[in-house]
Design a binder for this molecule. Structure first.
Ligand code: 2AM
Ligand code: CA
Ligand code: CA
Ligand code: CA
Length: 263
């Protein structure tokens, strides 16, 4: 398979989808909830996913598509070429803030990450990677992540995990928050992952992410030396939702060992 050709196809498709999403602000968004009041979906999430599926099937009908909104076929294995797609990551930001939402896509062959994309739709900023060749932020190549200590780190974490919750010992997270240089919470997993791979954040922790939230980011992470695992330190499973941490390689293990205690 000519990865350069697939990469060119993917980038054209992502830029075109971005344009359609920006145009959608001049129409009415139809907003619905899914699992709960904070779990939103719009007609634009669904239409964008359908756009990707149609483009990909036109490009090569044998490629499978695993998308958040389930608009395509059911995908039960990562055998062969598989696209893992979140048409809009940060739907609440999309609806409420009209910024800070992302298209994120991973292209895998037999479970091995080949291409990764995280695209800031409003800024038209693209983080991307080709396995074994490197990672880029628009025209500039991303550097390997540099050594740093926990005390110097700025980490992405949702405020929910710093208050009593069913997933994690929040006292230890409070410790972590007091130890690091700063914390941020952006409301888009893809954005926080893009920031870690480009050194704008040093870690990002979430209690529950799905394959489409992380599939693209993991390919980029591999190229810059960022480590992405679940909170037990195990490799991410791209067929099921799980806990998640991506971090600078110099602090990944320490965060898990010293500050994470799952319930
Ligand atoms: P989404 O916008 O594509 O749903 C919000 O904190 C981040 O977590 C977003 O990246 C969001 O992706 C993701 N997320 C994953 N599962 C979610 C859920 N059940 N409800 C809300 N956000 C979810
Ligand atoms: Ca969603
Ligand atoms: Ca998502
Ligand atoms: Ca989404």
């Amino acid at each position: 398979m000519d990865l350069k050709l697939v990469d060119k196809f993917a980038k054209d498709m992502i830029f075109e989808a971005g344009k359609k999403i920006r145009q959608a602000f001049s129409y009415d968004l139809k907003i619905e909830t899914k699992s709960g009041a904070n779990d939103l979906v719009t007609n634009v999430d669904r239409e964008t996913e359908i756009f990707f599926i149609e483009k990909i099937k036109e490009f090569d009908a044998t490629h499978k598509v695993l998308g958040e909104e389930g608009m395509g076929e059911k995908v039960h294995s990562l055998e062969g070429p598989v696209w893992i797609i979140d048409p809009i990551d940060g739907t609440m930001n999309f609806v409420k803030q009209h910024r800070h939402f992302f298209i994120t896509i991973g292209f895998y062959v037999d479970g091995v990450g080949k291409l990764g994309y995280i695209f800031d739709v409003m800024r038209e900023d693209l983080f991307c990677a080709i396995a074994g060749e490197g990672a880029w932020y628009n025209g500039s190549q991303l550097r390997k992540l540099q050594p740093l200590t926990i005390e110097e780190a700025v980490i992405g974490i949702n405020a929910s995990w710093v208050t009593p919750n069913n997933h994690i010992n929040h006292e230890k997270i409070i410790d972590l928050v007091h130890t690091v240089r700063g914390t941020r919470s952006y409301g888009s997993a893809a954005m926080e992952i893009a920031f870690v791979v480009s050194g704008k954040l040093d870690a990002y922790i979430s209690m529950r992410l799905a394959p489409w939230d992380i599939g693209g980011g993991i390919v980029i992470a591999n190229e810059v030396g960022a480590i992405a695992t679940n909170l037990n330190g195990l490799e991410c499973d791209l067929l099921f939702a799980d806990t998640f941490i991506i971090a600078n390689p110099y602090i990944h293990q320490k965060i898990i060992e010293d500050y994470i205690e799952e319930k």
